[in-house]
Design a protein around this ligand. Structure first.
Ligand SMILES: [Zn+2]
Length: 395
């Protein structure tokens, strides 16, 4: 065979291998099942001291510099974490860093103040104590969220709809807060997260059977807000947070009547209202009358009018609810009736009202709607896609 022929054959073979490899094994893209999406959940904002424990050995690193401080640290029982001059102490063991990451070596759980968590724990020394952050895979996080957000014995379609809404909300927060110190808190400000101890078999199944699925709108992950009970119509996010998203404009819902808070009434003494408003910085000397202002298309009151010393003042309903307590004044869809020493508020629903109504989703699941249909109703115009697809497009 001539030299030229050998070169030709070699070039053809190499080109063939490249083409074959490209078509048979396309270039790798992000795959959420292989490269887990890690969330940073703030468990505690500021504590003076707490206990930490793990059954297995853990690697301890300086989270900022990446230096390994202990390759296989053994807890031998719960250890009290306390501040030290040059770092922090786990029991008697001193670690010379103010930002420590503890990573279990064999996937064992880390127990913070008696509560077990999956993933890693970051302990950050701040001026007024420790901030504790759980670095956890998105799917593991959801297993600890769902049973705290919905009842685990609810219809399976409702649980799956909740899994996708919670996953979308969490992923959206994480993408939005990339440059912040953490992505989510473990309370109602984000989603209630109870760690591994909260997990239930059916909710875990709902997370696993929708693994990676999120709501997409306009090429992005939707901030899929949800709330307990809408009281008849969900709220437009633009009215509440000036957030203009087509799927969050509000829809009718006639399936949440089984919620114990579909209708509620509360009596609040005039004296208490005055005190609470003063605490929030309002300078009313007295309150002579309170009336509801105009209502939006979901029947929520936009602001309340307060008469004091012969003048009427407007207070936004959200500020009014925040002052009196959101657990007391459960929603902004209410009527007000004046009595000699108190006001009677009678209203509908519980929560901010944006996005999916959880009790409505329960009602629909009970009526055998599937989870896709439930989600399409509360978030119109969205599509259910895999998170990895959205991330690929966003890049
Ligand atoms: Zn509803």
């Amino acid at each position: 065979m001539s030299k030229r022929r050998i070169i030709q054959l070699t070039v053809i073979t190499i080109l063939g291998i490249i083409v074959f490899r490209f078509f048979i094994f396309p270039p790798k893209v992000y795959d959420s099942s292989k490269t887990p999406f890690i969330l940073r959940v703030r468990l505690k904002r500021s504590v003076d001291t707490f206990t930490l424990y793990s059954k297995g050995k853990c690697r301890v690193t300086d989270a900022e510099k990446g230096a390994v401080l202990a390759r296989a640290f053994s807890f031998d029982g719960p250890r009290e974490v306390s501040p030290a001059k040059s770092g922090m102490k786990f029991g008697q063991e001193l670690f010379p860093s103010g930002d420590i990451r503890i990573s279990p070596l064999r996937g064992k759980l880390l127990v913070v103040d008696g509560r077990p968590y999956r993933g890693e724990i970051d302990v950050q020394k701040k001026d007024k104590g420790f901030r504790i952050i759980n670095r956890v895979k998105l799917e593991d996080y959801l297993k600890g969220v769902l049973p705290r957000e919905v009842y685990h014995f609810w219809p399976f379609a409702t649980l799956k709809a909740q899994a996708i809404a919670s996953r979308s909300f969490a992923a959206h927060q994480a993408l939005l807060r990339k440059n912040q110190d953490y992505d989510l808190t473990a309370d109602t400000f984000s989603q209630v997260y109870g760690g591994q101890a909260s997990e239930r078999w059916r909710t875990t199944k709902a997370v696993e059977s929708t693994a990676g699925e999120v709501l997409e709108y306009d090429g992005k992950v939707l901030p899929a807000y949800f709330h307990s009970c809408c009281g008849g119509h969900t709220q437009n996010a633009a009215n509440l947070w000036s957030q203009h998203e087509d799927p969050l404009r509000g829809v009718k819902c006639s399936w949440c009547r089984w919620s114990p808070y579909f209708r509620w009434r509360v009596r609040i003494p005039t004296k208490t209202i005055l005190e609470k408003l003063k605490e929030k910085g309002y300078s009313f000397r007295e309150i002579d009358d309170i009336r509801s202002g105009p209502r939006d298309n979901s029947k929520r009151v936009e602001y309340v009018r307060i008469r004091s010393q012969n003048n009427w003042f407007e207070v936004s309903t959200e500020d009014f609810r925040a002052a009196l307590g959101r657990r007391l004044l459960k929603s902004s869809n209410f009527k007000i009736k004046k009595y000699p020493y108190y006001y009677l508020f009678s209203g509908y629903g519980w929560g901010h009202g944006v996005g999916m109504c959880q009790w409505g989703s329960f009602g629909l699941g009970f009526r055998r709607w599937d989870y896709e249909r439930i989600l399409r109703h509360y978030y119109p115009g969205t599509e259910i896609v895999n998170l990895s697809e959205v991330l690929r497009k966003e890049r």
